[in-house]
Design a protein around this ligand. Structure first.
Ligand code: FHN
Length: 436
């Protein structure tokens, strides 16, 4: 038998948040507060931009080497042409900051095996193998320090299509010695990233493939032995991460206790693909951010810079719009707890919460907010954008349900979204189940 309606315990997550702090103490408070980060997928694949020798990839662009079966010796020659003269770390980090993002995760090494930092372990890196000759990670380090964002690194720990002993999905590992790859490249490179680039917020491991529990544990311990405060993503494998990473672009349907993050794209690819046109609208991205936060997660949203080092203009515009929303209503995002399940579908927005505060995200141009089944006692309500007090009418309907009604001030109604803060007497929102 399956159950369409959440069980009572799933509705009532009110006790969950305090407990989460105790249960998931491995997660850093900065990350819990942050809620929103920038993923940067950038590497040699940006040069191909989704096409190789007239063939277009139908998959995500950073997989082009694998998908179009480009031999490593041929793919590595892309490095000779990699010269992204317009890359400006300050500009990228400033974009993230203006978008309201609090952390940046650079693909220090993706599955293609190419390092986007100056590695002493392998010459196959951006500083040594390209005419560009600069250390992207170091430049981002400085920009993050200047602008107050956390720097984090993505590292593909199992897949390495360049190293003869690295794993490649759907390619037999005959004759490979994974241990050799771990010792020769993976472990030393992770150590470099954690010793030469200052405090790192987290290492975003990915695609553990067939790594054993011991191997995942070894990498986890390695990170903690060098930087105990550096977090480890869920994709280290075997449930050993400090938080859970959902499937790419997958948002849990219900509030979920614990620490988790949704890695997501703005269009249909992570690496740059000039043919991809699957852009999500700024409104859809804002909706995703609010939805994820209301369910208790973080949103790690990607940009894929092109071969010149610039993020696509559509990404920039989308991020600017999210930033605008967060400047108006960020208090209803940063540091929020998962909101208990509200029993009705709200087409125009979402609810988020903090102790003694309920935030109503009004994402559509509606004249009034009308909510049933809220048993909290409101103390006062205001629009976050300007602090203007709002009239909240609380009454019991003729059917006996509790209700709140708030008129949206005309001059302040904006389609891009507004956030209302309601201070409540109780610690947490109390949503009553639908009566029988
Ligand atoms: O294979 C990768 C993919 O290229 C991309 O890096 C994403 C980001 O979450 N992770 C893997 C697929 O899930």
């Amino acid at each position: 038998m399956y159950c369409l309606i959440p069980k009572k315990s799933e509705y009532d997550l009110t006790g969950g948040c305090g407990a989460v702090d105790v249960l998931h103490s491995k997660t850093q408070s900065w990350w819990r507060e942050a809620k929103f980060g920038m993923f940067i997928h950038w590497g040699l694949y940006a040069l191909l931009a989704g096409e190789y020798r007239g063939l277009r990839t139908e998959n995500i662009a950073e997989w082009i080497m694998h998908d179009l079966r480009i031999p490593p010796r041929e793919y590595e020659r892309l490095a000779e042409r990699f010269n992204p003269a317009r890359f400006d770390a300050n500009r990228v980090v400033s974009l993230a900051r203006r978008a309201g993002m609090r952390y940046v995760v650079l693909t220090a090494k993706h599955h293609d095996g190419f390092a986007m930092y100056h590695s002493q372990v392998s010459g196959y890196n951006v500083a040594e193998a390209t005419p560009f000759g600069r250390d992207v990670a170091m430049e981002l380090r400085r920009a993050c320090d200047e602008q107050g964002l956390k720097l984090c690194f993505y590292y593909s720990q199992a897949q390495d299509w360049h190293d003869p002993d690295g794993i490649e999905e759907n390619v037999p590992a005959t004759g490979k010695n994974f241990r050799r790859y771990l010792d020769r490249k993976c472990v030393p490179q992770i150590s470099e990233l954690l010793t030469r680039y200052g405090d790192i917020g987290l290492i975003w491991f990915d695609t553990p493939m067939d790594m054993t529990r011991e191997q995942s544990q070894e990498l986890y311990d390695l990170v903690k032995s060098i930087q105990p405060d550096c977090m480890v993503s869920g994709r280290i494998g075997h449930g050993l991460g400090d938080y859970m990473s959902t499937g790419d672009n997958f948002i849990p349907l219900l509030p979920r206790p614990g620490d988790w993050e949704v890695p997501a794209t703005i269009n249909g690819t992570w690496g740059y693909n000039r043919f991809d046109a699957r852009w999500k609208s700024p409104e859809a991205l804002i909706r995703n951010l609010v939805k994820i936060v209301s369910r208790g997660g973080n949103y790690l949203l990607n940009i894929g810079p092109d071969a010149m080092g610039e993020a696509p203009e559509r990404s920039e515009r989308a991020l600017e719009a999210i930033g605008e929303y967060l400047r108006r209503g960020g208090e209803g995002i940063y540091g929020c707890d998962p909101t208990p399940v509200y029993p009705y579908d709200i087409p125009w927005g979402y609810l988020t919460c903090k102790p003694r505060r309920l935030y109503i995200h009004v994402l559509e141009d509606i004249e009034e907010v009308y909510l049933l089944n809220i048993a909290n006692e409101p103390v006062w309500a205001c629009l976050l954008a300007d602090g203007a007090e709002l009239d909240l009418v609380r009454r019991t309907t003729c059917e006996g349900d509790s209700s709140w009604r708030i008129r949206m001030p005309r001059s302040e109604r904006r389609p891009a979204g507004q956030v209302i803060r309601v201070e409540i007497r109780e610690e947490r929102p109390i949503f009553e189940p639908i009566r029988d």
